[in-house]
Design a protein around this ligand. Structure first.
Ligand SMILES: *[C@@H]1O[C@H](CO)[C@@H](O)[C@H](O)[C@H]1NC(C)=O
Ligand SMILES: *[C@@H]1O[C@H](CO)[C@@H](O)[C@H](O)[C@H]1NC(C)=O
Ligand SMILES: *[C@@H]1O[C@H](CO)[C@@H](O)[C@H](O)[C@H]1NC(C)=O
Ligand SMILES: *[C@@H]1O[C@H](CO)[C@@H](O)[C@H](O)[C@H]1NC(C)=O
Ligand SMILES: *[C@@H]1O[C@H](CO)[C@@H](O)[C@H](O)[C@H]1NC(C)=O
Ligand SMILES: *[C@@H]1O[C@H](CO)[C@@H](O)[C@H](O)[C@H]1NC(C)=O
Length: 451
């Protein structure tokens, strides 16, 4: 099955590798033509990996477990927190542009009761996620509970558009499409500063710690570069799978690029203001075939009905099958524009504001090409952790992002010690605890006293 898609001067042939047992993790994207004067915007080569046997029996295991119940299904974040014996508080914050966001706080745990003066840490989630996704690993093996056990004051945010943060001062998320006219740009300049100020004022901390995952990292890059004063409110940050420069991504969201800006015409423009809540919406809005969209392993394992596995892949050996129904139940809505902005980043190789096409760009930004984010404005000590098999935030691009930052600001770039570690493994992997969270805890511990 071959499906050629051409845009600008780059042609890409997508070779679907479904039939090959020992196929690479994701689509093989082969650059065919490249114009020398454009930045290199070609997918990385995905090394062929001999997949463990787990990938061959995964569909049976998924099917066996799909209908099982799980205590966390149908519970809200605060209910999950209290179910496991942790303390929970709920706060609302309003952004400068009127969005009302809900933030959950875990001020204490059975091992570390609530107390004044704990170091506060802000956990910011990824696309189509919400605060529940920090709690997917069982009991104290998830990052939020581990941090609470270790004496941190833990704050779990919810970005505009997810099911906890649908409020707005004047817009109705059900009836006003204007509500959904935002991407991670607006979350970076709106949601992040609102949450940071709330956490500082309630916790009494002068500065707080930041942990972002995926889109939570993109928002960090946007917020801190657009609003320099935010740099004075954070001690340090740990960014898990940080998307900024994305030109080498092999993720199938690359295909959506053709629909976002082609020949200066923004095809999804008239659709801005829609939300994406399920894979079929992707098909509908972006006119892409889900057959090409679903990664081969996710297709083989029968989990293409879940957005996360559909586009980011399925890591069978790191899957706790009894937890799959819980993971599947926690997918949330996102705005179409958020996905489109990522598709643009993948296709233009640059980290810049939303591209509306030349005419609208001039009206809005005063320039034909949207303004870029200036990452050298970021001064907070920042640590990157990324996965080798991440098709969205590929190792090449992680280095490129680091190289765009002020020298010395990125303290370390850590690759997770598991060769199949993919984008969603940061919250889904059964060993995320030992592979990632212990490292996060150690970095935060080292930065508690950062001035
Ligand atoms: C799971 O439930 C669905 C409908 O609720 C049913 O059709 C299917 O056979 C069940 N699968 C198993 C393995 O029990
Ligand atoms: C937060 O705002 C929502 C509306 O967006 C409201 O339903 C809820 O009661 C508020 N919660 C608190 C704790 O103020
Ligand atoms: C959708 O894509 C197909 C080819 O994949 C094309 O023939 C058709 O015109 C497209 N539809 C729209 C509305 O762009
Ligand atoms: C797998 O998930 C189930 C359900 O959440 C949990 O009881 C079990 O402890 C988990 N196993 C591992 C190894 O995380
Ligand atoms: C996502 O939005 C749809 C409406 O488009 C709604 O029916 C659904 O409940 C929402 N999903 C979640 C998880 O809130
Ligand atoms: C980027 O930010 C740095 C530090 O704030 C500043 O010195 C530099 O002039 C900015 N670069 C651009 C292109 O705006």
């Amino acid at each position: 099955m071959a499906n050629p898609i051409c845009f600008w001067s780059i042609c890409i042939i997508i070779l679907c590798t479904l039939s090959n047992k020992h196929s690479p993790l994701a689509l093989t994207l082969t650059p065919v033509i490249r114009t020398p004067n454009l930045p290199v915007c070609a997918p990385s080569t995905v090394p062929a990996t001999a997949l463990p046997d787990d990938f061959l029996t995964c569909s049976q295991k998924v099917a066996e477990n799909r209908n099982k119940t799980h205590p966390d299904i149908g519970k809200r974040t605060d209910e999950i927190i209290t179910y496991y014996g942790y303390s929970s508080e709920i706060y609302n914050v309003t952004t400068f542009d009127g969005y009302i966001l809900t933030i959950f706080r875990i001020p204490g745990s059975p091992k570390s009761p609530p107390a004044q003066g704990k170091p506060a840490v802000y956990l910011n989630h990824g696309i189509t996620q919400n605060s529940d996704n920090w709690l997917l690993a069982y009991r104290d093996r998830n990052l939020a509970f581990k941090l609470a056990d270790a004496g941190y004051d833990v704050w779990l945010s919810n970005c505009r558009g997810n099911s906890y943060s649908l409020g707005h001062e004047t817009l109705n998320s059900e009836t006003d499409s204007e509500y959904w006219d935002f991407s991670w740009h607006e979350m970076g300049v709106g949601d992040v500063p609102a949450a940071v100020d709330k956490i500082i004022s309630v916790s009494g901390n002068e500065k707080i710690l930041y942990v972002g995952y995926s889109m939570g990292c993109t928002q960090y890059f946007v917020g801190l570069s657009e609003i320099p004063s935010l740099n004075d409110k954070l001690k340090a940050a740990v960014l898990l799978a940080p998307p900024a420069y994305m030109g080498h991504a092999t993720n199938p969201i690359r295909l959506v690029g053709a629909a976002t800006v082609v020949g200066g015409q923004n095809i999804v423009g008239p659709l801005i203001g829609q939300r994406v809540d399920e894979p079929t919406k992707f098909q509908e809005y972006f006119n892409v075939s889900l057959g090409n969209f679903c990664t081969p392993t996710a297709a083989r394992c029968g989990v293409c009905d879940n957005f996360g596995y559909l586009v980011f892949g399925f890591d069978a050996p790191q899957t706790n099958y009894t937890n799959v129904p819980n993971i599947l139940s926690k997918i949330d809505n996102a705005s179409l524009k958020t996905a489109a902005h990522y598709a643009q980043s993948i296709n233009n190789c640059w980290f810049r504001q939303y591209d509306y096409g030349p005419t609208k760009n001039v009206a809005r930004y005063g320039t034909v090409v949207p303004p870029s984010y200036n990452l050298t404005a970021i001064t907070v000590p920042t640590h990157f952790i990324h996965g080798e098999a991440d098709n969205f935030v590929v190792p090449n691009d992680v280095q490129i992002t680091r190289d765009h930052m002020r020298p010395g600001v990125v303290k370390e770039v850590i690759k997770v010690d598991w060769s199949l570690f993919n984008h969603v493994d940061f919250v889904n992997a059964k060993d995320a605890d030992t592979l990632v969270y212990n490292k996060v805890l150690q970095i935060l511990n080292n930065n508690i006293n950062t001035p």
